[in-house]
Write a protein of this length. Structure first.
Length: 241
């Protein structure tokens, strides 16, 4: 847990949390709501101070990592981290899984901690289901860059992906277009979950925060872990102590 006791302003017991957001905007708003819902508050003043840079102009991670012809998002993400630190944030979060490809650069750009959603998610799944076979509901970019694979072996978890990853990418793009309740979008989302269940997944993990936005429309008997929820709960734990 991050220690705020040794430095910082007088309100260090209630640190301001900086959010590197906008990837995408709906996912950032969903994250904020998850933090609010997870906070044990009796009044406004009991809630967590979030400073949110909801910047949809961060260069596309899909274009950069999948299509290979997009602008590098790294400088924009690092600059956002620095602005949030300068504004008084005591630690940072980035509610986008694919953007964690650039997590090292965000952390190197600032002197404050940047929580790592990928590590937090795998740790939470490992604690709940040791040795599980994880069905990854994710952008194809994650598999291409091996983002979760960097850490999965360390906790003894096996990853599997839907056979039709392009269909799931279209679900993600539909959410970004605002078509999150379109029947075709939700049907494709559920087909991906069914595919992973047939492959033998012990748990399903939402590792794209656009998919977190439509989690309530996922119909499956397989236990679900949501990276966005895990990050929100870690923020609350860190701040509330």
């Amino acid at each position: 847990m991050t220690d705020f006791s040794s430095s910082g302003p007088a309100d260090a017991a209630y640190p301001m949390v900086g959010v590197i957001g906008g990837m995408g905007p709906d996912a950032t708003v969903e994250f904020m709501q998850r933090v609010i819902d997870a906070t044990p508050a009796k009044d406004d003043s009991d809630h967590i101070h979030l400073l949110v840079d909801n910047n949809p102009k961060v260069p596309s991670r899909i274009k950069a990592l999948i299509e290979g012809d997009g602008e590098n998002p790294e400088p924009t993400i690092a600059a956002m981290a620095q602005r949030l630190e300068k504004a008084g944030a005591r630690f940072l979060v980035m509610p986008c899984n694919t953007a964690h490809y650039y997590w090292d650069h965000a952390q190197e750009a600032v002197a404050i901690p940047v929580l790592n959603m990928v590590q937090l998610t795998l740790s939470a799944v490992h604690a709940a289901a040791p040795g599980a076979r994880i069905g990854m509901l994710a952008s194809p970019a994650l598999r291409k860059i091996g983002l979760y694979e960097r850490y999965a072996d360390d906790v003894g978890l096996t990853l599997m992906y839907p056979q039709d990853e392009n269909a799931l990418l279209e679900v993600i793009r539909a959410v970004k277009r605002g078509e999150k309740r379109h029947a075709d979008t939700l049907n494709a989302f559920n087909r991906a979950a069914e595919d992973l269940s047939r492959q033998g997944a012990d748990v399903l993990v939402l590792t794209c925060t656009e998919l977190s936005v439509i989690q309530s429309d996922l119909n499956t008997a397989v236990p679900i872990h949501d990276s966005l929820q895990i990050l929100a709960e870690e923020v609350v734990r860190t701040v509330e102590g």
